[in-house]
Design a protein around this ligand. Structure first.
Ligand code: ATP
Length: 493
């Protein structure tokens, strides 16, 4: 017999017991006994490897010992005390209880009732099983970790299978496991993937913004991910492009980001330079916390008489100057600028990028903007100049600088191609079908960060007009206070 190429994989028996009568004759009782011992050993292994089952087994053994030694009542009292203890734990410390008991029980139940039972049919109907020499090999179901929203199913691939093979049939898996959607994620191990089976969508509810205690530019908490976890995004050393049709919630991404930068705006380690080409209609409510605000004007104080875009070009040119100055200072000192109040991170926010790159009628002005923007996007990250830009239409003729953004966010769009243009090739196949996002879910989208293979589906926090007003008041009041403190400190010094 030729050696089988399948050295790993879950071989499934087509008969519960295999008896090769031609090679060996054994009694039926022996065969059944061996089969039972194997099953029992398997069960013991599962119990030992599963902390919750092990705990339950120990409790049952303890109660049984109590009952056999001291009679029924002590065992009943112990059982009641245990139940009361669990109820108190659940009510008093719900998050801890969910983590320790709830999610583990859920994982066990869903592993047993859903994945273990339907694994073989699901693999066969999705063409993920293989047959060799009369044996069926299935990708190995390693374990299941469940939360209220998602089951993370770890799977060892068969030889030759890739993540893309699974991503292509993710919708079929979702149907087999009766969940809303399946997404396929890579893991640290090249032969192991994680299938995220989403059985409840945490993104149908609006997400409230959080108040950041400190500035953490690597982990701005902007909303919630579809795993139910908080969604955090890094801004230090990044540029962010937000793509979305009108009404998709681009504003919520920008305002969530401003909200999370608040501690830096208070102490001066972050400065916002804002361009709102819609005449300031979108971002003017935040003007008090912006260091620079260019909203288009034909007035002479824009420096470019008669040209609406003059103030935009002026702001970008100044940012290039800051960038050049920092490059001179930091050359050979550091490869990534660390913001301080004296040398802040400059975040350039552009509300409708196409107004700067595609809709500028004056050719020389357009050239000037293109040149500055390209320089900032290609060299600004390392020296603390980050660009956050929103746009409706991600096509190359509209946004020639699209590929210079390492972080892309795609909210609801009108065409499937817009997803590929916004997030990159292959992201739609990995589940980022942003054209299917419902109109009644503004702020929902997919985030693709350079270096992370799969896009993440998230909902950004919803920031209302009163929230913006409160945020601006809080930042300006705290900043005034901060300045007074510094002034006092300076006087004393
Ligand atoms: N994250 C969110 N959660 C809930 N509702 C949101 C969210 N973001 C935006 N909305 C609501 O959706 C509507 C459109 O939002 P927004 O103006 O931010 O969209 P937009 O993409 O900026 O649109 P446009 O391009 O036309 O300016 C608003 O009524 C807003 O309140």
């Amino acid at each position: 017999m030729s050696p089988t190429p399948f050295t790993r994989g879950q071989a499934t028996d087509t008969t519960p017991v295999r008896v090769h009568t031609s090679s060996l004759r054994v009694g039926l009782v022996f065969v059944v006994a061996v089969w039972l011992i194997r099953r029992l050993a398997g069960l013991v292994m599962i119990i030992v490897r599963t902390p919750l089952l092990l705990a339950a087994a120990l409790v049952i053994i303890g109660l049984a010992v109590l009952w056999s030694r001291f009679g029924t009542w002590p065992a009943v009292v112990a059982a009641v005390l245990l139940v009361v203890g669990l109820v108190v734990w659940r009510l008093r410390w719900p998050a801890w209880f969910t983590r320790t008991v709830g999610n583990r029980a859920r994982s066990l139940g869903r592993w047993f009732w859903i994945y273990r039972r339907s694994w073989q049919p699901a693999m066969i109907t999705a063409n993920l099983a293989q047959h060799r020499d009369g044996t069926e090999y299935l990708p190995q179901l390693l374990d299941v970790t469940s939360t209220r929203w998602v089951d993370r199913v770890r799977v060892r691939l068969l030889p030759g299978q890739t993540l893309d093979d699974w991503a292509e049939i993710a919708h079929r898996l979702a149907q087999s496991f009766a969940v809303d959607a399946c997404r396929v994620h890579s893991t640290d191990h090249v032969q192991v993937i994680e299938v995220w089976a989403l059985h409840r969508d945490p993104l149908t509810d609006t997400v409230a913004p959080t108040d950041p205690a400190d500035l953490d530019l690597d982990r701005l908490e902007l909303g919630r991910a579809e795993s139910g976890d908080r969604f955090r995004l890094g801004l230090l050393g990044h540029h962010v492009l937000v793509v979305g049709a009108t009404g998709s919630g681009k504003g919520s991404v920008i305002w969530s980001m401003i909200g999370q930068l608040a501690p830096g705006l208070v102490d001066g380690s972050v400065r916002l330079w804002v361009i709102d080409p819609k005449g300031g209609m979108e971002l003017a409510p935040g003007e008090a916390v912006f260091d620079r605000f260019a909203h288009g004007t034909t007035a002479t104080d824009a420096g470019e008489v008669g040209l609406w875009e003059g103030s935009f070009a002026g702001l970008l040119d100044d940012a290039v100057e800051v960038m050049r100055d920092r490059q001179d200072r930091l050359r050979g000192v550091t490869r990534l600028h660390q913001p301080t109040p004296g040398d802040p991170l400059i975040v350039i926010i552009i509300d409708e990028l196409a107004s700067l790159t595609a809709y500028v009628s004056d050719r020389s002005m357009r050239k000037r903007i293109d040149a500055s923007l390209s320089l900032l996007l290609s060299q600004g990250r390392a020296v603390g100049v980050s660009v956050v830009a929103a746009v409706q239409d991600p096509r190359k003729d509209t946004i020639p600088v699209r590929d210079l953004f390492p972080t892309r966010i795609c909210l609801r769009v009108t065409e499937p191609e817009h997803v590929t243009l916004a997030l990159g090739a292959g992201t739609r196949a990995k589940g980022a079908q942003a054209e299917r996002i419902r109109h009644d879910l503004p702020g929902v989208g997919f985030v693709q960060v350079d270096g992370i293979p799969e896009p993440t589906r998230v909902r950004f926090a919803h920031i209302t007009d009163p929230d913006i007003a409160a945020m601006v008041t809080k930042i300006t009041t705290a900043a005034d206070h901060d300045q007074q403190l510094h002034a006092v400190g300076g006087a004393v010094a």
